[in-house]
Design a protein around this ligand. Structure first.
Ligand code: F6P
Length: 553
């Protein structure tokens, strides 16, 4: 136990939920569905073009009321209003977290240090529009006068995952003329394989880095720049082919990017919340500005829903509180994100950074050590592929793994009965998680198959599925700019709701800094010709020697 435990677990509201969990252990979801024929319609809420069926959860009306009471006691509504109005909710960096301003329609002001950030956002969107239109209508060309055909977006973390997800998700909306490539990894394979696919005359490079200090992005950008110069480009044409999105304009200029070619970022946007800013340029170049604005409108609709809907009908609030419920009261260590839509296949990757970088914290906002769990491990993948891999563990493993199933009602690709097949697969999984299969059912099934009594008894225990495993099902009409915007914004706010209950700063990420600091110390030891000086432990030193000897250093 920490010396000064945080107050959350001693709240009466917390204790009430502990007791509720104990009572719920004696009843199954199967029984809850049988007792209440209206359960599905009562636990169904809608907002911003999305709908959530949360009836397949370990939940009763009392549980829901108690979760809401906990939220009130943690001042969730006040904290939400602070977030949306631009208060300095990122306390350790003394900044607002105003990603919602990036998708604001521009009809009101939000002031940060006396500056209207909504107006700045609108100006930047107009600049983006002029740039995107110029590339797409080919009035803006490469150095040889040819139209651009490829964009290479160089960035990592939030400067990569969000645009990649949205770009893939909105493939049916691609305008057709621009192919987009993403380079993130410091593994040279990433940039080298990408450069093999493009032509310097027709390729635009976007250097995406809020800080313009991130090693991976700077090193990959240097390689791209040199490749461009070695393959027909010259210094004078760098300005036509290299753009940057950053809050650090001097560093971009030092790199050789013309100030006119820099799109701004702001301190009040966190990296993992930045896809709505000019960091979304690769997306805008592939789907066009009208669709990009529709994406922003979808996210804004979710912001309004989050800000206005009563807590018990509020999608991010209900999903955030359910996550707390399983994480802290049912010892769930992980949470599965299972999009049943091929276009949304990178959603788990984006949500991993969003949720785990935000809520992977061990002290309260005021720096007190915690005596409860914070962010669970998020993982997952696209259905139905996962059914032939990790779903076995979800159904019959010993751990409780709550899951979010995400599926559109309509497909962009109607072929044979595929979409109905996909939908049936999704429903079969959430039903199997909830209902499972009892020993009696397993025995009866095997007997019907003609097995003798001995064989039935031997096999039946292996066929038991415990069930009572919780899941949410999120549906939308179709994957489209508005629904994808709303979906990502939903998870952003869900992340914030959890952070409020856990009393952590969801907008800083000091933990990632240590690796960066240590990396700077180890690199010279790998490259140096001198006798090795210690990196601090014999394991690291041994691996450094192996690397040096393999590479002739
Ligand atoms: O990995 C930590 C992180 O700071 C993320 O939050 C951020 O999105 C990423 O690095 C990239 O940072 P930048 O945009 O400054 O290059």
């Amino acid at each position: 136990m920490p010396e000064h435990p945080a107050v959350l677990t001693s709240k009466p509201e917390w204790q009430a939920l502990n007791e509720r969990r104990d009572k719920l252990r004696s009843i199954t979801m199967r029984e809850l569905f049988t007792q209440d024929p209206d359960r599905a319609s009562r636990y169904f809420i809608e907002g911003a073009g999305l709908a959530l069926d949360f009836s397949k959860n370990l939940l009763t009306d009392e549980t829901l009321t108690e979760l809401m009471t906990l939220a009130h006691s943690c001042r969730l509504e006040e904290r939400r209003d602070e977030l949306l109005s631009g208060a300095r909710v990122n306390v350790t960096e003394n900044r607002p977290a105003l990603h919602t301003a990036l998708r604001h329609p521009g009809n009101e002001s939000i002031l940060v240090d006396g500056v209207d950030v909504v107006a700045e956002v609108q100006q930047t969107l107009n600049r983006m529009e002029a740039f995107v239109d110029g590339v797409l209508d080919t009035s803006r060309t490469g150095f040889s006068g040819k139209a651009f055909t490829d964009v290479v977006s160089i960035g990592i973390g939030g400067s990569y995952l969000g645009p990649k997800l949205v770009g893939e998700s909105l493939q049916p909306f691609w305008q057709g003329s621009i192919r987009c490539h993403y380079v993130a990894n410091i593994d040279g394979t990433d940039i080298c394989e990408t450069l093999r696919q493009v032509n310097p005359e027709t390729t635009l490079f976007l250097i995406q880095s809020k800080s313009f200090r991130t090693q991976e992005t700077l090193e990959n950008s240097k390689v791209a720049r040199q490749w461009f110069l070695d393959n027909g480009g010259d210094e004078a044409s760098i300005a036509r082919h290299f753009m940057a999105v950053t809050a650090n304009v001097p560093a971009a200029e030092d790199f050789g990017i013309d100030a006119d070619n820099v799109f701004p970022m702001w301190d009040w946007v966190g990296g993992r919340y930045s896809l709505w800013s000019a960091i979304g340029l690769p997306v805008a170049l592939t789907i066009g500005m009208e669709n990009f604005r529709a994406l922003l409108a979808g996210a804004h609709a979710m912001d309004r829903h989050f800000g206005e809907a009563p807590l018990e009908r509020n999608l991010p609030v209900v999903m955030g509180l359910l996550s707390v419920w399983y994480n802290n009261f049912w010892d769930a260590e992980t949470h599965a994100i299972l999009p049943y839509d091929h276009y949304l296949r990178s959603l788990p990757d984006h949500l991993q950074q969003l949720d785990m970088e935000s809520n992977g914290k061990s002290v309260t906002e005021s720096g007190q050590p915690l005596d409860y769990q914070t962010g669970p491990v998020l993982w997952g993948g696209v259905g139905s592929n996962g059914q032939h891999a990790y779903h076995q563990l979800i159904h019959q493993g010993t751990r409780l793994i709550p899951a979010d199933f995400i599926i559109p009602l309509k497909t962009h690709n109607p072929v044979a009965t595929h979409h109905a097949d996909l939908f049936a697969n999704c429903l079969s999984q959430s039903r199997a998680m909830m209902a499972g299969k009892t020993l009696a059912e397993a025995r009866a099934e095997l007997a019907t198959e003609g097995l003798d009594e001995k064989a039935v008894e031997a096999l039946a225990p292996h066929k038991v599925i415990p069930g009572n495993k919780p899941s949410n099902t999120l549906i939308m009409e179709k994957v489209a700019p508005e629904t994808v915007g709303a979906l990502i914004a939903l998870y952003e706010h869900r992340t914030f709701v959890q952070g409020v209950i856990w009393d952590v700063d969801s907008f800083d990420q000091w933990g990632v800094e240590l690796g960066k600091q240590l990396g700077k110390g180890i690199l010279p030891k790998l490259l140096s010709q001198d006798a090795i000086s210690t990196a601090g432990d014999s394991s690291t030193d041994q691996l450094i020697r192996k690397f040096r000897s393999a590479n002739g250093l």
